[in-house]
Design a protein around this ligand. Structure first.
Ligand code: ARG
Length: 462
């Protein structure tokens, strides 16, 4: 077109640079399905309300179906002078059906249109991410069941603390992902009202039926109540990004542990060839690149949340063009998060755990010291603070002799405190230590407890 769609009051075309800075079609073409769907709901409503002639509405609906076929087959054509996906679709519609296409935009603005399209897109993104989260949880659960009895050191300050099981450790990530799943359900609530019909900012005098379009598009809470808020609200995108940022933070921690565990110094895991890479110069290397990228992507996803928050925080009501910058961070976060979830699912499913190394590490760090102190409290009636002190002396002696606590001879232990007897050896091994911790949420019952609480799989309500 020589003049843009809105060109009636202008003498000349915009500068080439204006066209370039204005155009969003390069990225918002990803909204094409939602744009066509929302236009179809709008056109059908305009027809049913007798706002446009039925023949024109039917031609519009048919034309939109054809455009959907074209885009599905050939992709969306990108022409900057058509600005965005909304004008691109409308322009194609006018090529296909002529002047009747011009009736589609009755009682509508791109402001309510883009809010509607983008909400629909983000709703689906939530579903995709939830599915990917469930897949990762399944992978974690499967490996946790395999290793429900595998002893490993639990850490605080990255120092060996107390023995736990690998199953328990993996299920900690399962629990984090449960919360991420719920956060996405909450985010979806903020997407359940339909902005279509708010028009530019102030509603419309046409007798539109907003209930009908909201229902047709699957917005479960009906139409939005305030037209100004409808076109200036991007909370739904921020809710998605916040949930994505949380999830990516959890993925980053899991990735970080895989990276540490894969180092020869730890040697707790061997990452599969599928998810490792070599070095171009050092032939011996086996690098955990996929895990490192998951850790890195998390930073970018958090950046996407920050980016949109900063875009929104200074905007007066209602729509401002700054808001066109809402889409790229959401698309970027979605792409990075999906990739991260899928890559971690693959890594967890294929990683080889090395139980011998885990056990050796648990046995090295005096990880049963707390069990000795607890034994003194339980069996000899010693106050915990005193028991802590006695145990500290036992650790010191073991350290001097270069052995573990359960390798200290009984007479040496008795020298430290007379009240210790041979029954103490029941708790000094790492296995006994794990077995003895029976409180709710402790390693011993971890995997089966998660299963029996119905949280093994998070399809539907947790
Ligand atoms: N491409 C625009 C966006 O993404 C659509 C809304 C344009 N509205 C307007 N008043 N110029 O935000």
């Amino acid at each position: 077109p020589s003049q843009p769609t809105w060109g009636g009051r202008f003498e000349t075309k915009p500068a080439e640079l204006m066209t370039r800075i204005n155009a969003s079609i390069g990225f918002d073409k990803r909204l094409w399905r939602e744009d066509i769907e929302a236009s179809k709901a709008h056109a059908a409503m305009l027809r049913d309300q007798k706002i446009i002639p039925a023949e024109d509405a039917d031609a519009i609906l048919k034309g939109l179906d054809q455009i959907a076929e074209e885009y599905a087959r050939d992709g969306v054509p990108v022409r900057d002078e058509l600005e965005d996906i909304h004008m691109t679709v409308e322009h194609r519609l006018s090529e296909l059906i002529g002047p009747a296409a011009g009736r589609l935009h009755t009682a509508r603005s791109r402001n309510d249109q883009v809010a509607t399209d983008f909400k629909l897109w983000t709703m689906r993104a939530c579903d995709d991410v939830q599915r990917a989260i469930s897949d990762l949880q399944d992978a974690l659960l499967a490996r946790a069941e395999e290793h429900a009895e595998t002893v490993m050191p639990g850490f605080t300050h990255l120092q060996v603390a107390q023995p736990v099981t690998l199953g328990h450790h993996l299920m900690a990530y399962h629990a984090m992902l449960d919360r991420d799943f719920v956060r996405l359900m909450d985010a979806e609530l903020s997407m359940s009202e339909c902005p279509l019909g708010a028009a530019a900012l102030a509603g419309t005098g046409f007798p539109i039926d907003r209930e009908a379009t909201a229902q047709a598009l699957g917005f479960t809470s009906g139409p939005t109540a305030n037209s100004l808020d409808s076109v200036s609200d991007r909370d739904f995108a921020l809710d998605f990004l916040a949930a994505a940022a949380f999830c990516s933070l959890h993925l980053s921690r899991l990735a970080e542990e895989l990276i540490i565990w894969a180092s020869p110094q730890f040697g707790f895991v061997k990452l599969s060839d599928d998810y490792s890479t070599g070095s171009s110069i050092m032939p011996q290397k086996r690098n955990p690149d996929a895990a490192e990228l998951v850790r890195g992507h998390s930073g970018r996803i958090i950046g996407c949340l920050t980016s949109l928050m900063v875009t929104m925080k200074g905007l007066p009501l209602a729509y401002s063009k700054d808001m066109q910058d809402d889409k790229e961070p959401v698309f970027e976060a979605y792409d990075l998060l999906m990739l991260s979830l899928e890559a971690l699912t693959g890594m967890i499913a294929t990683v080889t755990f090395v139980p011998e190394r885990m056990r050796a590490a648990a046995e090295q760090g005096f990880s049963t010291a707390t069990d000795l102190a607890d034994w003194l409290v339980r069996e000899a009636g010693v106050p915990f603070r005193e028991a802590h002190h006695i145990t500290g002396r036992a650790v010191k002696v073991a350290e001097e002799r270069g052995c573990n606590l359960d390798a200290l001879p009984l007479d040496v232990l008795k020298d430290i405190d007379q009240r210790i007897d041979e029954r103490v050896f029941d708790v000094l091994s790492v296995d006994a230590s794990v077995r003895s911790r029976t409180s709710f949420g402790a390693p011993r019952l971890s995997v089966s407890a998660s299963r029996s609480r119905g949280r093994g799989r998070t399809d539907g309500l947790p």
